[in-house]
Design a protein around this ligand. Structure first.
Ligand SMILES: Cc1cc2nc3c(=O)[nH]c(=O)nc-3n(C[C@H](O)[C@H](O)[C@H](O)COP(=O)(O)OP(=O)(O)OC[C@H]3O[C@@H](n4cnc5c(N)ncnc54)[C@H](O)[C@@H]3O)c2cc1C
Length: 417
């Protein structure tokens, strides 16, 4: 058997792998991407499409623990942990709790801000002006609450926005009714974040990265990397389901599956999957003009080019358990709490695997002690925002350019040392 030789192998063709691959290719490297599912076959397919330069709030927050028991009592609430999976998830959950301390949250918010603030700039760099305008709407996003009372995390969220000079505007019930005709009467309070936006198609935007990458001379191969083996004298052997491939350098960007490839190398990362769901309504009777999220029920409604997407919630149940379709169907019920007149029409239900670290920051950069191995995963709830800036950061690090932002907060050693 001949063994193919590659300069750079990128494992995973989601938003993170393809952003990295395209930046690397444009920097002049020979780059090949492996993914058995092709572009956007993972979480990048079905997310809510939020592109959020002005989101710098991690998921674990002070005060949040108080909400968790109530959420867990409701099997269809915003957070569910499958009882049989609980023992496996426990170490990650404990790290998640630790990450929710205020000092850590503020430090994480600094690193999230540094990464996310350039998301629209990076998307424009990657897509070019015409595709950017076709696929991205810098419209702002609206968050709403069902009750008047403040949630325990709100004060810290405002502290984070103030810390980073992020503009936001409180919305009254009247403001909301003007922006979203037909919105329910018990939605009395909202927050407009004007600097954020969304894509009208997560799938098409990631496929566009793939097309641009191919047009720039990159290659995408439908193979699954089964094992990574360091070669004597340098470089890596990737055993795939169909071939053996040698590479000078390998980038692991396999989303929620990244830890599986790394643990045989002794690299143990706290990567859990927060499974999320969407209901895609192809002929909805109501379409909000801009994305609206329910902070009470933890989901987004996004007006996409092929219909209305209702996406969100978190289920901790690992990579193997089948989807719980009730978590997807309930999203339509949740959406009716915002828009009582909503008729769903044709619906597609979907589940995807968010690749999540306990502190909400991705793992980016060289794998310590493993020459030529690079890590780019763990973007959790924010990969559509963090993916392109992560690709730019990693490509700069790999090609000896100035990284532009401090890479230290994303270093894997925060977990392994
Ligand atoms: C319901 C939901 C809503 C979301 N909403 C938003 C949002 O509004 N905004 C936002 O920024 N983020 C959102 N996210 C998060 C976002 O979708 C993810 O962070 C992002 O897609 C992760 O990208 P990725 O490239 O790391 O992983 P993925 O898109 O999952 O890609 C990983 C790829 O690696 C491939 N792969 C795995 N193992 C191997 C292997 N061994 N060999 C080769 N290939 C392999 C897989 O086939 C897959 O295609 C949401 C996620 C969900 C589930």
């Amino acid at each position: 058997m001949t063994i193919s030789q590659h300069q750079v192998l990128v494992i995973g063709a989601g938003v993170v792998g393809l952003s990295t691959a395209l930046y690397l290719r444009r920097a002049g490297l020979e780059v090949t991407v492996l993914d058995p599912l092709g572009p956007a076959g993972g979480a990048s397919f079905g997310n809510a499409g939020m592109l959020s330069p002005d989101t710098a709030t991690p998921i674990a927050m002070p005060g949040m623990l108080r909400k968790v028991p109530g959420w867990l009592r409701d099997p269809l609430g915003p957070l569910a942990v499958r009882p049989s999976y609980f023992p496996r998830a426990l170490p990650w959950l404990l790290q998640w709790v630790k990450a929710g301390r205020l000092q850590r949250v503020l430090a994480v918010s600094d690193a999230m801000r540094a990464l996310h603030r350039d998301t629209l700039t990076c998307w424009r760099e990657l897509l070019g002006d015409a595709l950017y305008r076709d696929l991205i709407r810098p419209s702002g996003q609206v968050h709403v609450w069902e009750r008047d009372d403040a949630s325990p995390t709100e004060a810290v969220e405002q502290q984070i926005r103030d810390r980073h000079g992020i503009a936001s505007q409180e919305l009254s019930a009247d403001d909301l009714r003007q922006m979203f005709p037909g919105i329910a009467r018990d939605i009395t309070r909202g927050l407009f974040v004007p600097g954020n936006g969304y894509t009208v198609s997560p799938q098409r935007i990631v496929h566009s990265l793939a097309e641009l990458f191919r047009a720039a001379g990159g290659t995408i191969i439908a193979e699954r990397a089964m094992k990574l083996i360091p070669r004597e004298g340098g470089g890596w052997l990737a055993m795939t389901n169909l071939a053996n491939r040698n590479a000078d350098r390998v980038v692991v960007a396999a989303g929620a599956w990244s830890a599986q490839l790394l643990s045989p190398l002794g690299i143990r990362v706290p990567l859990e999957t927060e499974r999320g769901y969407h209901a895609m309504l192809f002929s909805p009777s109501v379409t909000p003009p801009i994305p609206i999220s329910s902070k009470t029920r933890a989901f987004f409604m996004t007006p996409m080019e092929d219909g209305l997407r209702i996406a969100g919630t978190v289920e901790i149940a690992g990579l193997d358990a089948p989807p719980d379709e009730r978590r997807a169907t309930i999203l339509v019920e949740h959406a009716r709490r915002l828009f009582p007149e909503l008729q769903a029409g044709d619906v597609r239900y979907w589940m995807g695997f968010r690749p999540s670290t306990p502190d909400s920051l991705p793992i980016l950069g060289a794998a310590s002690g493993q020459n030529g191995l690079y890590l780019a995963f763990g973007h959790g709830h924010f990969g559509m925002s963090g993916g392109p800036p992560s690709g730019r950061l990693l490509a700069r690090l790999m090609t000896g350019q100035s990284p532009g932002i401090d890479p230290a907060p994303y270093d894997v050693r925060r977990f392994t040392h």
